[in-house]
Design a protein around this ligand. Structure first.
Ligand code: 7PM
Length: 280
């Protein structure tokens, strides 16, 4: 299975990719405000790459529950300087975490290679035309509602089945928009319009999505469902985040989105080493 993103190509099976998170926003979920300064953000990105991040995910708009929208101009002001400086300083692909096609286009022109699109209910095809035009990688993530509304009582008949149906429908639309399948990564969207129970059901049944023959990306790092389940504060969620990452690898996920890159790389590599000796 191949994942292509502009000049980058990843052939699976291979060691899982850890996607390091760089939020350049004042109110981001777990590290808001620390990296608003461009130099600080670039330094953090270089550190994440040094820790083993195979992709750097740069986000200029917080998508934590309840977050308000950010204007296109403000989002561009935050992310472009960081992408421009990083593009020729790191050898790993840069991902732009955005829902705005204009931000995605500018980020790709500045050197990003992957669009991490957290807006699942996209009607117009412009974002996908940008992806096709730049031959960018595209993370197709399931979500219900918007960051402002998504956690207000999300209800599913069968969350696993419905997310699977979403992926099928999106793969068809992406194909119709000229985005070739080998540029697409699928993501269940942990925390995006799901209760803690929904998140657990999706994580427990991740293997059912591997039939779509596309790399699966999982983002559980420090998320609030861990806090809800275990009473863990924001900076006490690393063990549970790592547990979910290792289980996701065992279930067939290929990309793990994480804030704590060094710890996640170590946990994922150990998981892979053990699984490689499985005799089934
Ligand atoms: C709720 C709390 C929602 C925290 C989102 C967050 C993902 C992402 C984020 C993910 C992909 C945060 C995250 N999560 N992109 N962006 N998958 N593809 O860490 O799970 O703030 S934002």
């Amino acid at each position: 299975m191949i994942f292509r993103a502009r000049q980058f190509e990843f052939v699976f099976p291979r060691p899982a990719l850890v996607m390091g998170v760089l939020n350049v926003t004042p109110d981001s979920f777990s590290d808001g405000g620390k990296f608003q300064d461009v130099n600080a953000a670039v330094a953090q990105a270089l550190e994440l790459a040094a820790q083993g991040a195979a992709i750097l995910d740069i986000g200029g708009e917080s998508t934590r529950p309840g977050a308000g929208p950010v204007t296109e101009a403000e989002e561009l002001r935050r992310v472009l300087p960081v992408i421009e400086q990083l593009a020729d300083r790191v050898q790993v692909p840069l991902s732009i975490d955005t829902t705005k096609p204009a931000v995605a286009r500018a980020a790709l022109a500045a050197g990003a290679s992957i669009i991490n699109d957290v807006a699942a209910h996209r009607e117009e095809g412009w974002m996908w035309e940008v992806v096709a035009e730049f031959k960018a990688g595209y993370v197709c993530m399931h979500a219900r509602g918007t960051p402002r509304t998504m956690q207000e009582n999300p209800v599913y008949l069968d969350v696993v089945r419905e997310v699977g149906e979403f992926f099928q429908e999106r793969l068809e639309r992406l194909n119709a928009s000229g985005v070739s399948a080998n540029r697409i990564v699928l993501d269940i969207g942990v925390g995006f319009g799901k209760t803690a129970e929904h998140n657990l059901q999706l994580l427990a049944n991740l293997r059912s999505f591997t039939t779509m023959a596309r790399p699966l990306l999982i983002g559980v790092s420090r998320k609030s469902f861990i806090g809800k389940l275990l009473g863990a504060d924001l900076n006490e969620r690393l063990p549970a985040s790592l547990a979910c990452a290792c289980l996701a690898i065992e279930s067939g996920a290929q990309i793990i989105r994480a804030h704590d890159v060094a710890e996640t790389v170590q946990a994922v590599r150990m998981t892979e080493a053990v699984l490689a000796r499985n005799r089934k």
